[in-house]
Design a protein around this ligand. Structure first.
Ligand code: PAD
Ligand code: ZN
Length: 367
């Protein structure tokens, strides 16, 4: 048992605390990782706003990178000192979805995530004898974590951990939604609604895919400017006029793919309504539990359009995360532009408030 600093949320409004907690040693099939940097994602905001039901109290954070500090029994393929990016779908490799080649949909990982524990049904975090839950099997807002070995994805050691931490959620989700879920073809017309860490990764995925048009939509002009630097061909300020009209005006031939990277009901509906013939709306951003969106089935059928859901960019973390790190290191993917700042773990509350207020892109909490 070691004592580590961690960010705990107890389910009450504003109930976030940075405190010392106890971390137990890794059990069979688990590894301990010293977190170097953890990214603050809008999914952490959904949790502290009470928009999703998760087991509480919980150690927050689901995006991060660090070095392996201890191995549980039976772990192969990892060694102490390895650099790892954390995956929030620590795939089991044996369930039906893993067998079908869909590790991002791993049934075992989904089950343990829903109960806030590790694979053996228990947690490694506690505080004064009370169990604390893991968030998505990661809980990266801590100095050290214990996670399933498959959630620690080994990456090259020359890549800066305080940049590539964001590959574990924002970049895998956004680039993966374009390249894997939608499989955008070269020459396709693309729009991305919402330009946070996830949406700007969609923009970059579209650029890598060779999209002919990449229309970036946000209500914040600063985010539109970043999108242009990352490859957007056009920008739309959704606060000025109806974004659906603006999208249709911008691409009169029709949009082939529109990514909703926000998850507000109105933006999901905008993504569906603004599609061109044969187009696909891809739902990447996540709304509160139980929220409903509507669309007109007759239009969808007559125009042969599709609505796709995208979980974790349909990535296989074990192969896609190292590949995305390589793309950063060879200059094909810009991650530095997505990291708007770094703060010590103790400033987690301020970092979450900055994201909520739209002042930041990805803030990295560093140890
Ligand atoms: P973020 O808060 O960094 O970015 C959201 C962006 O949306 C900001 O730039 C806002 O200015 C912009 N915005 C807000 N309202 C509007 C509007 N009405 N029209 C246009 N733009 C607007 O968020 P993020 O990038 O960290 O996360 C985005 C979503 O993706 C969020 O819902 C998160 O929970 C979800 C997510 N999904 C997955 C997945 O697997 N599907 C993974 C990770 C995150
Ligand atoms: Zn996330």
């Amino acid at each position: 048992m070691t004592t580590v600093r961690a960010v705990i949320y107890d389910g009450t409004p504003g109930g976030i605390e940075v405190a010392d907690v106890e971390l137990a040693a890794p059990r069979p099939g688990e590894v301990e990782v010293a977190i170097v940097a953890a990214g603050v994602c809008h999914s952490d905001l959904h949790v502290i706003r009470g928009e999703w039901v998760i087991p509480l109290p919980v150690v927050l954070g689901h995006e991060g990178a660090g070095t392996v500090t201890a191995l549980g029994a039976g772990v192969t393929g990892l060694a102490v000192g390895d650099h790892v990016v954390l995956s929030w779908v620590p795939q089991c490799g044996t369930c039906r979805q893993c067998g079908l080649g869909r590790p991002w949909q791993c049934e075992t990982a989904a089950r343990v995530a829903a109960t806030g524990v590790l694979y053996d049904g228990t947690s490694r975090f506690s505080r004064n004898g009370t169990m604390l839950h893991h968030y998505l099997g990661v809980s990266s807002f801590a100095e050290r974590v214990v996670i399933p070995a498959s959630g620690a994805v080994k990456v090259r050691s020359d890549a800066p951990l305080d940049v590539i931490a964001i590959v574990g959620c924002a970049v895998a989700t956004g680039v993966g939604a374009v390249r894997n879920t939608a499989a955008v073809e070269a020459g396709a017309t693309v729009a991305v609604i919402g330009l946070g860490g996830v949406g700007l990764s969609c923009v970059q995925g579209a650029r890598l895919a060779g999209a002919s048009r990449i229309v970036a939509v946000d209500v914040n002009p600063a985010k539109l400017a970043v999108a242009i630097r990352l490859g957007a061909t056009d920008t739309i300020d959704a606060s000025l006029a109806d974004p659906v009209e603006q999208l249709r005006d911008a691409v009169p031939e029709g949009l082939d793919y529109i990514f909703d990277a926000i998850g507000r009901i109105e933006t999901t509906e905008q993504a569906i309504r603004a599609l061109g013939p044969g187009g696909a709306a891809v739902i990447v951003g996540l709304p509160p539990t139980g929220a409903r969106a509507s669309f007109e089935p007759l239009v969808l059928a007559e125009a042969n359009q599709r609505i796709l859901g995208s979980n974790y960019g349909s990535v296989d973390p074990r192969t896609d995360i190292p590949l995305l790190v390589d793309l950063y290191m060879d200059g094909s993917l810009d991650l530095d532009e997505l990291v708007s700042g770094r703060r010590p773990l103790a400033e987690a509350v301020a970092a979450l408030a900055d994201l909520e207020a739209g002042r930041t892109l990805r803030t990295l909490l560093v140890n």
